[in-house]
Design a protein around this ligand. Structure first.
Ligand code: HSE
Length: 290
């Protein structure tokens, strides 16, 4: 029976909205096998919220693989052992999609190549920047072109360590995308695209300080401020405590600080700033996953 290990991911990395994602060393483990009926069990994160029926995203992903290769969709027995907090901006739903795809592909003897899994995953998830690093590991640049995806995986730069402040409240990606404007000023587009290009060049060169300078954004974070109490204070506290850069993790509400080496004082400062604004939170130190 395939048991798939899938990493958490942080998308956007500041300026690279819907285009950049990084895999993190925090994993869900999902076992999947064919069964007469659908049977889903969940241990750990999401125990009380993850759907157990045909709307379960891992099931839908597994079914999509069977349909894609022209096989009748069976029932599945799917068992989740989850460590990725749900609906916090750390790629929990992308992890479930990837587990379903990779598990089903393994059950069928690997008929689908990696590119097709990335493309199916992006369609199921709606945006590609969590699913691509969840499938490939590392730092991934990903572009959607209709039904196709183009991507490049990079090794994460050495020495990078993340302090992640994870609020106790959840925020759905749908709500967090709902506050974004339909149009943005061209200066803001240039602001982000120049920084995204610099961020990738700096990551390839292993220059963490330059990466930090590139991680500013005008396309999504300013609009999401109002969904996350205390967010600017948390950003300020992380930078003051020595982070190279700080961003929303994906669509939030988790906030992720990029640091050279282990810097627990950054996590502590973020937690205090959240809590001063009435938001309980936990902090994790994570490393990029290759
Ligand atoms: N790029 C997506 C967004 C990631 O920011 O809405 C969601 O985790």
């Amino acid at each position: 029976m395939p048991r798939v290990r899938v990493p958490a991911t942080t998308a956007n990395l500041g300026p690279g909205f819907d285009a950049l994602g990084l895999a993190l060393e925090l994993y869900d483990y999902v076992s999947i096998e064919e069964a007469p009926e659908l049977e889903i069990t969940v241990q750990g994160e999401g125990e009380n919220s993850i759907p157990r029926g045909p709307d379960n995203i891992a099931y839908r992903a597994a079914a999509a693989v069977y349909a894609r290769v022209g096989r009748k969709v069976p029932g599945f027995k799917i068992a989740f052992e989850n460590h990725i907090p749900v609906a916090r901006g750390l790629g929990s739903s992308a992890a479930a999609v990837v587990a379903g795809l990779v598990g089903a592909n393994a059950l069928l003897g690997y008929p689908l190549p990696q590119e097709e899994l990335v493309s199916l995953a992006a369609r199921l998830e709606g945006h590609p920047d969590n699913v691509a690093p969840a499938l490939l590991g590392g730092l991934v640049v990903v572009v959607l072109n209709g039904q196709q995806v183009y991507y490049q995986r990079l090794d994460p730069p050495p020495g990078l360590s993340l302090q992640v402040a994870i609020p106790h409240f959840t925020l759905s990606t749908r709500v967090s995308r709902g506050v974004l404007p339909a149009m943005v000023p061209v200066e803001d587009a240039v602001f982000n695209l120049s920084r995204t290009a610099l961020l990738i060049a700096a990551a390839q060169a292993g220059d963490l300080e330059l990466m930090g300078k590139a991680m500013e954004d005008r396309l999504h974070q300013p609009y999401r401020l109002r969904l996350i109490p205390g967010m600017p204070y948390v950003f300020e506290a992380a930078l003051k405590a020595g982070a190279l850069a700080v961003t929303l993790s994906g669509s939030g509400p988790a906030v992720i600080a990029f640091c050279r080496g282990s810097l627990p004082k950054v996590g502590k400062a973020m937690k205090e700033a959240f809590e001063e604004h009435g938001v309980k939170c936990e902090v994790k130190e994570l490393k990029p996953a290759s």
